[in-house]
Design a protein around this ligand. Structure first.
Ligand SMILES: [Zn+2]
Length: 265
């Protein structure tokens, strides 16, 4: 199969959350691209494989695979980078957040954002890196920084009019707005994000946004509705992955149960 068709099928499988199929296809793609000597295609195939491993909770394999993609970039080049290291660094940054290694996540995401200037995916990467920096700041309890990064991410997605970025960053935007007590903004970001995810048929992004919206409903006093949103999201993550979202969503449901008990006590 031509490598372009393989790449299309690989990304479609990732979008559907069919990680087993995506793994087979990404390995085929990797073989084809390395036989052809296409550095950009090889790096992209390694990133796809890294995303599969990340989603399956195979964290060490994900890290090794992404480091292989990163090693294809020329660290001394001041010109275009066919291996697109910025895209790889963004994934490594997300992986570091999931491992709880916040200092590494911060530098890796900052590097991704800086190198994005020379990437063919510049607008997408800048937007995504800002959203991940927002999520990181939130995890570190720095709501003001999170708001700043989230605003930059939202502006970026709006500027390049990108539904895919809009869907991908919405869950973080909802969480940041909730943490800042800006419930009207959280609601608007949820609605927009769900619309983008629906149009592109992205089940995992949809579940992420619904899970994040659980907290919004709870903040408005509808703990039962919030819990429902999280349970629906959990069912999707249990079926499709990513596995780290299963744990995260279960924790959120426990938090909502505690909130609910406090309200009825
Ligand atoms: Zn985009």
């Amino acid at each position: 199969m031509a490598s372009r068709a393989l790449a299309t099928l690989t990304y479609a499988a990732l979008d559907r959350g069919d990680l087993a199929t995506a793994e087979t296809l990404a390995n085929e793609l990797l073989g084809a691209e390395s036989r052809l000597g296409h550095v950009s295609g090889e790096a992209a195939a390694l990133r796809a494989l890294g995303r599969v491993f990340f989603g399956q909770g195979r964290v060490e394999e994900a890290e090794q695979t992404l480091q292989r993609a990163l090693a294809l970039a020329d660290p001394l080049s001041q010109g275009p980078q066919p291996a697109d290291p910025a895209s790889t660094l963004l994934l490594l940054g997300s992986l570091a957040i999931e491992r709880g290694d916040f200092p590494v996540a911060a530098t890796t995401l900052a590097d991704a954002r800086a190198l994005a200037e020379r990437s063919p995916a510049r607008e997408h990467l800048t937007t995504r890196a800002n959203a991940e920096l927002a999520r990181l700041a939130l995890l570190q309890g720095n709501v003001a920084d999170a708001q700043q990064h989230a605003a930059a991410a939202y502006a970026g997605a709006s500027e390049h009019e990108c539904r895919r970025c809009g869907a991908g960053i919405a869950a973080t935007l909802v969480e940041v707005a909730c943490a800042a007590g800006e419930l009207a903004i959280a609601d608007a970001r949820r609605t927009e994000g769900l619309e983008h995810a629906f149009r592109l048929a992205l089940p995992i992004a949809t579940a992420e946004i619904r899970g994040a919206a659980g907290r919004l409903l709870a903040a408005r006093g509808d703990v039962v509705g919030g819990r429902n949103e999280c349970s629906e999201a959990l069912a999707v993550f249990e079926r499709l992955g990513p596995v780290y979202m299963v744990e995260r969503t279960k924790r959120r449901i426990t938090e909502l149960d505690v909130t609910g008990q406090a309200q009825t006590a």
